[in-house]
Design a protein around this ligand. Sequence first.
Ligand code: GYE
Length: 326
Amino acid sequence: MKKLVTILAASAMLVSLAGCAGGLDASADGPKDPGDIVVGFAQVGAESGWRTANTKDIQDSFKEAGIELKFSDAQQKQENQIKAIRSYITQGVDVIAFSPVVETGWDAVLQEAKDADIPVVLTDRAVDSKDDSLYVSFLGSDFILEGEKAGEWLVEEYKDQTEPVKIIQLEGTTGAAPAIDRAEGFANVIAADPKFEVVASQTGDFTRAGGKQVTEALLKSNPDVDVIYSHNDDMGLGAIEAIEAAGLKPGKDIKIITVDAVKDGMQALADGKINFIVECSPLLGKQLIEIVEKVVAGEEVEKRIVADETTFTQEQAIEALPDRKY
Ligand code: GYE
């Protein structure tokens, strides 16, 4: 009996040694099995319906692919994301993926990952690093294009009006790529006609509470506003609450444009409280896994992968809602 235990222990050791060797030099044993890959993902937080759907999609996709996912939620703080990335480096994960809360300030930690030979995939949001060898790929939407689509709807909607169109902009997290780019794309398009006037622009940090609070305050100083352009659905939903509390009709007295097209946003659009939504897909899990598998196998990956997206009017939202997954 004792002998059997010794033999079993010895062979278990051999197996684990073999596992170790495989981890150190994958090429000697051919490609890694999905079960041997470990990915560290540093998420922004849980600030919006979009983010919740994005987290769920990533977690579900990794589970389905049988790839181990270490997941952390930075509660919208860059320092927490940096800590999480450092801990993934220390743990020696195969790939690090993260959605940078703001664009600036990543060079040092990205360099640490590069020095440790751990490839980094930017998911959803960009960094402003000059050295693009600090990450292998950036998978996410074209936020400038999203802002332009919002602006184009507005230009068409008011094409027969000559009087000024007063706009309040609810900005996303200050310094975040989608906040910077959605403002830029929108501004580019509406600049063509001076009747469009952004009378106030403030951050609501991509949250419903933020959108409500900012709208409440801005409605007092701008009671004659025509349009609210919100960088995401959640802040737009907060704005709806503030508009109703002020005794006005969202979608009628004040028109609302948002970005994302999550279920709650689409419901408000179908109910006539939002007028137009530019889609931004949170379903990035499958594409992220494809990138991870290629990177681990030593294959080339595209530096920039852009999600395909559409827009929704109220009629289109009514049609799309029953099949909307998130
Ligand atoms: O639009 C917003 C979220 O980075 C694309 O972040 C994402 C944005 C999304 O909080 O709802």
